[in-house]
Design a protein around this ligand. Structure first.
Ligand code: MN
Ligand code: MN
Ligand code: MN
Length: 336
């Protein structure tokens, strides 16, 4: 049978949107005798994704990591980088810098917040209930407090089938707002899982239909949506006492303006110093402080070893860029 020799592959890549790259995907049936590396590479029209022009539109998709496709038995999701036909990475290909970083022993876990938006009125799902204050929704239970949970169940199952490593899920502070956490992993896999996780959520949203929004501040009176980034190196997991913490913070403070540039479009709307954020213009850190740019967890301070939480990244970050810049500071602080 002809079909038995062919594998269904969903090619997924990031487009060239200058503010927040959007996910694109298209399907191809690949001969199963071809090797993934090189044999699966494909192409697309970069003129339609902000990655080329009418007269110079052919762009290459190189398959970098494969996941099982939870929506198609036997199929695969192929996460790709975008290249020119010469083989050079495209200018919009933010994955390459991180992939080229040769760092060992770094572990990263993200806390991805997002908001279900009703396409009919453009408002967060559940806002029709006219909430007056935000206290009831965080880790809420019950139909008026946890809005859209069934979609999270679908998402969880999809992640499990695909091989996206989740660590947890919780309802967030605003109605229709949720968070998923990725398991601690090496930076490239953690960032790849974030993009594939977002892809799976988007695919599920098509069947509702619902908009998955990563806007950092979907509603002016409620907490915004962030993507806290938890990171450690092997050295830090061994020793991360006051001396190491202070040395690192010196570098993070110097690098703060550069980091803010990759912490998401619209950060000035979210990091106002209110709603469990610090002011994006000022760097600050503290133990157990959820109003700081960087939080050292209490347990880490007590044990003198572990990780830190960067609370600056917005929900709409490109995780490749955030990790690349944080690794730069860790190298300067000689924690890597
Ligand atoms: Mn969290
Ligand atoms: Mn959260
Ligand atoms: Mn957090």
């Amino acid at each position: 049978m002809e079909n038995e020799k062919r594998i269904r592959v969903e090619y997924v890549w990031l487009d060239g949107d200058p503010i927040l790259p959007r996910l694109r995907s298209k399907t191809r049936y690949v001969d199963n005798s071809l090797p993934v590396e090189g044999g699966w590479d494909w192409n697309f029209d970069g003129g339609s994704t902000n990655q080329g022009s009418l007269s110079d539109s052919d762009r290459l998709l190189t398959v970098e990591r494969t996941y099982k496709d939870p929506f198609h038995e036997g199929g695969f999701i192929a996460l790709c980088e975008v290249a020119h036909h010469s083989g050079y990475a495209h200018e919009t290909n933010s994955r390459k810098d991180l992939a080229d970083c040769e760092v060992d022993g770094v572990l990263v876990g993200f806390e991805q917040e997002f908001t279900f938006i009703n396409p009919a009125d453009g408002k967060p799902l559940g806002m029709l209930l006219s909430p007056t204050e935000q206290g009831q929704y965080y880790c809420g239970v019950g139909c008026t407090n946890a809005i859209g949970r069934s979609i999270l169940y679908e998402f969880e199952k999809a992640c499990e089938k695909a091989g996206v490593a989740l660590d947890g899920i919780n309802a967030e502070v605003m109605p229709g707002q949720w968070e998923f956490q990725t398991a601690p992993q090496n930076p490239l896999k953690a960032a790849d899982d974030m993009w594939v996780g977002r892809y799976l959520l988007d695919r599920i949203s098509e069947t509702k239909p619902l908009i998955i929004s990563y806007d950092p501040k979907p509603h002016p009176e409620f907490n915004g949506a962030g993507c806290h980034t938890n990171i450690s190196t092997e050295k830090m997991r061994d020793t991360f006492g006051m001396d190491e913490q202070e040395e690192l913070m010196v570098h993070l403070e110097i690098d703060h303006p550069e980091h803010i540039k990759v912490c998401g479009d619209g950060i000035e709307r979210r990091m106002t110093g209110e709603c469990e954020t610090s002011d994006y213009k000022t760097f600050c850190w503290g133990v157990g402080d959820r109003g700081a740019s960087i939080r050292i967890p209490q347990r880490v301070a007590m044990e003198g070893a572990g990780y830190f939480e960067d609370r600056r990244p917005c929900a709409n970050i490109d995780p490749y860029k955030v990790l690349y810049s944080l690794i730069g500071s860790l190298l300067k602080a000689k924690l890597l």
